[in-house]
Design a binder for this molecule. Structure first.
Ligand code: ADP
Ligand code: MG
Length: 233
C-alpha cells in the first residue's frame, strides 16, 4: 500500500496565463510512513492532495496507489477508490448540517452498512477525537475546532488504507493539535498506512518521518529555512 506520484502536474486555467498549481512532483509515501508537506498559501498543497485522492486528475504524470493507477480510473472506479481506500480530511471540512455522528458515519453507509452499524462504528472515532459528549450536535452548534475534529473522525471511520489530511490541526489549539498529530501517527504505525499531512503546524515535524516543502507547485525535501522561521513563531 504505497502512494506514488510520478512527475505529476496540474494547472488551472486562470483569467490570464495558466497557473501550474502542481509542477512535476514526484513523491513516494510508503506503508506506515508519515509525511508532512509544508508550503506557503497558494503553493499547491491542496491540489496535490486532491490528486492523490483522485478528486482531480493530473494533466501529466501518474498517481499510483497499491499498484492501482489512480490517475486513469473511470469516474465510477475513482469514486470507489475514494470510498473504499482513502480517508480525506478536507481543509474546509465539507460537513453536512446533520449531527456529528451522522457526519462521521456517512461514508460507512455508502459502504453498505445499516444506519445502526455505521453509527456504532463511527462513535468510537468521535470519542477518540474528544467529541464523545458532542455526537448529537450539528456543525452549526460547534466551534471551528470541533467541526475540524468531526471531519477527522469521518476520515478515519472507514479504516482507510491511505490517509490524506489537509491542515487538520489548523483550527486547534496546540494541545489538541498534538493529540491529533499523535492520533494520526498512531494510525499510521498501527495500520501501516501511508499518511500525507498538509500542515503549517511546527509541532508536526516531531511526529513525522519526512518533511517536504511545496513552493509554486515544486516539491523539495526538507523544510525551507524561511518557512521554518515563519512557522516557528
Ligand atoms: P494551497 O493549498 O497550498 O494554498 P492550492 O492547491 O489551493 O494551494 O492552490 C494552488 C494554486 O492554484 C493557487 O495559485 C490557487 O490560486 C490556484 N487554484 C486553486 N484552485 C483553483 C481553481 N479551482 N481554479 C483556479 N485556480 C485555482
Ligand atoms: Mg490549501
Amino acid at each position: 500500500m504505497t502512494l506514488e506520484l510520478r512527475e505529476v502536474s496540474k494547472h488551472y486555467d486562470g483569467a490570464g496565463e495558466a497557473v501550474a498549481a502542481v509542477d512535476r512532483v514526484s513523491l513516494t509515501v510508503a506503508p506506515g510512513e508519515f509525511v508532512a508537506l509544508y508550503g506557503p498559501s497558494g503553493s499547491g498543497k491542496t491540489t496535490l492532495l486532491m490528486l492523490a485522492a483522485a478528486i482531480m486528475t493530473p494533466d501529466a504524470g501518474s498517481v499510483l496507489f497499491d499498484g492501482l493507477e489512480v490517475s486513469s480510473l473511470t469516474a465510477s472506479e475513482s469514486a470507489r477508490y475514494r470510498r473504499e481506500r482513502t480517508g480525506v480530511v478536507f481543509q474546509s471540512f465539507h460537513l453536512t448540517g446533520a449531527s456529528a455522528l451522522e457526519n462521521a458515519a456517512v461514508k460507512l453507509l455508502a459502504l453498505g452498512m445499516t444506519l445502526g452499524e455505521a453509527q456504532n462504528a463511527a462513535r468510537p472515532w468521535l470519542e477518540r477525537v474528544g467529541l464523545g459528549e458532542r455526537i448529537e450536535h450539528t456543525p452549526a452548534q460547534m466551534s471551528m475546532g470541533e467541526r475540524q475534529r468531526v471531519a477527522i473522525a469521518r476520515a478515519l471511520a472507514n479504516d482507510p488504507d491511505l490517509l490524506l489530511a489537509d491542515e487538520p490541526t489548523g483550527n486547534l489549539d496546540s494541545k489538541r493539535s498534538r493529540e491529533i498529530l499523535e492520533l494520526l501517527a498512531e494510525i499510521c504505525r498501527e495500520r501501516q498506512v501511508p499518511v500525507l499531512l498538509v500542515t503549517h503546524d511546527p509541532q508536526a515535524t516531531s511526529f513525522v518521518d519526512r518533511v517536504y516543502t511545496l513552493r509554486d507547485g515544486k516539491l523539495t525535501e526538507g523544510l525551507a529555512l524561511d518557512l521554518h522561521a515563519s512557522i516557528a513563531q
